[in-house]
Structure formats: structure tokens, C-alpha cells
Design a protein around this ligand. Structure first.
Ligand code: HEC
Length: 188
């Protein structure tokens, strides 16, 4: 009996997340910023090596994989969300995220730089308390080949996007606009 208790205590101790991030805006930022930086680097690398079209893999495969890795590593959920999504499965914002994204648009309209726009809050949900953090993602000039106006997207890219995302809403953006946000949700 005692052994069994001891064993379950040991198992419980070892199954705690190794590096559970603190639920603070600073800790969330320390996860979101390197994520965005690495994503931008991967994007530049892909464009340099294979042209704009090969960067599709960065947004499509590398970004979700990196988001998954960061989520598991830190014991939270990190995702990219937007009010106009290309991939509704991964990018559709929940009610809180929609409200915050609308707030970001309003702040940008008043002249705040998207690069510095962020928001955090502790929210009570049916299953408990969550720390939530969002940081705006600004559109860079290098993004217009896939998220810009129709004439900025090549026919080859258009064809690939149309095949994979027939309900794509993530075009028509100009550099400096808010493309979406990195969102972090962590149980407290
Ligand atoms: C070569 C094409 C391409 C380029 C360049 C590109 N993206 Fe994307 N982007 C995509 C694709 C494809 C998806 C859908 C990914 C998926 O299936 O989850 C996407 C999705 C996203 C999403 C997730 C929300 C959504 O709409 O599904 C964000 C945010 C995003 N891109 C931001 C950017 C930013 C910022 C840049 C420039 C730094 C950029 N993208 C450059 C192709 C591209």
C-alpha cells in the first residue's frame, strides 16, 4: 500500500511539465518573441533558397510545428490567430481572441505601431482560471506575395493557395497592417 502510494507520488512528480512557464506577460513575451523571430528567419531563408512560393511551407508546416513545439515545451497553448484566416482550423480566434484582435485594430487606427501592440488578462472560464496573452503580428513587405493584393500574388502561388485553401480570406493586406496575433493560453 505504502509502496503504491510512494510510486504514484513519484510518477506524479515526474509527470509535471519540466519547464512550466510563469503566467506573466513577461514570460509570455519571452516565448512569443523568439517564436516570431524564428518564423521571420525561416521565411527569409525559404524565399532566398527557393523563391516566394517555397515560403508556403513556412507558413503552412513550419509555423504550426513550431507552435506545437513551444506549446508542449512550456505547458501552454501557443497559436496564430486572425480575424481573416487562411486556415480556419488553426487560425480561427475564440471569443476572447476576437475581442482582443478588434481592440488591436482600434489601437492601430489610433496610431499605435502594430509591432508594439499586445494585451494580457486573467480570465475565468467554466473549467478554471487562465492566463491569456496576445501580441500583434504586423505584415512585412515579404508577406505580400501570399497575403497582399491580388496583383502582388503570382499566378503560380494563387493556384497553389486556391487548391489548398478554397475559402482563403487572408489576402488584401498591406505592409504595416495587423495580419493577426500570436496567442498564448495557460491554465493557472
Ligand atoms: C509563400 C506564401 C506565404 C508567405 C510569404 C507568408 N504566408 Fe502566412 N500563410 C501562408 C499559408 C499557406 C498559410 C496557412 C497556414 C496553415 O495552413 O495553417 C498562412 C497563414 C498565416 C497565418 C495564420 C492565420 C491564417 O490566416 O491561417 C499568419 C498569422 C500568417 N500567415 C502571417 C504571415 C506573415 C506575418 C508573413 C510574412 C512575414 C507571412 N504570413 C508570409 C502563406 C504565406
Amino acid at each position: 500500500m505504502l509502496n503504491k502510494l510512494l510510486l504514484s507520488a513519484i510518477v506524479a512528480a515526474f509527470s509535471l511539465p519540466a519547464v512550466a512557464a510563469e503566467a506573466t506577460p513577461e514570460a509570455a513575451k519571452a516565448i512569443a518573441l523568439p517564436f516570431l523571430k524564428q518564423l521571420a528567419a525561416e521565411n527569409q531563408k525559404a524565399v532566398a533558397e527557393g523563391g516566394p512560393e517555397s515560403a508556403i511551407q513556412v507558413c503552412k508546416e513550419i509555423a504550426p510545428r513550431m507552435a506545437g513545439e513551444a506549446s508542449r515545451k512550456h505547458g501552454l497553448k501557443l497559436s496564430r490567430v486572425s480575424l481573416k484566416v487562411r486556415n480556419p482550423m488553426l487560425g480561427t480566434p475564440d471569443a476572447w481572441e476576437q475581442k482582443v484582435l478588434q481592440g488591436f485594430e482600434a489601437r492601430a487606427a489610433k496610431g499605435e505601431k502594430p509591432e508594439t501592440i499586445e494585451f494580457s488578462e486573467v480570465v475565468q472560464e467554466p473549467a478554471g482560471k487562465y492566463f491569456r496573452f496576445m501580441k500583434a503580428i504586423a505584415l512585412q513587405p515579404g508577406c505580400v506575395s501570399c497575403h497582399g493584393a491580388s496583383e502582388q500574388i503570382s499566378d503560380a502561388t494563387k493556384a497553389r493557395l486556391a487548391e489548398d485553401y478554397p475559402y482563403d480570406r487572408a489576402t488584401g493586406y498591406a505592409p504595416g497592417q495587423i495580419r493577426g496575433a500570436v496567442s498564448i493560453k495557460q491554465a493557472m
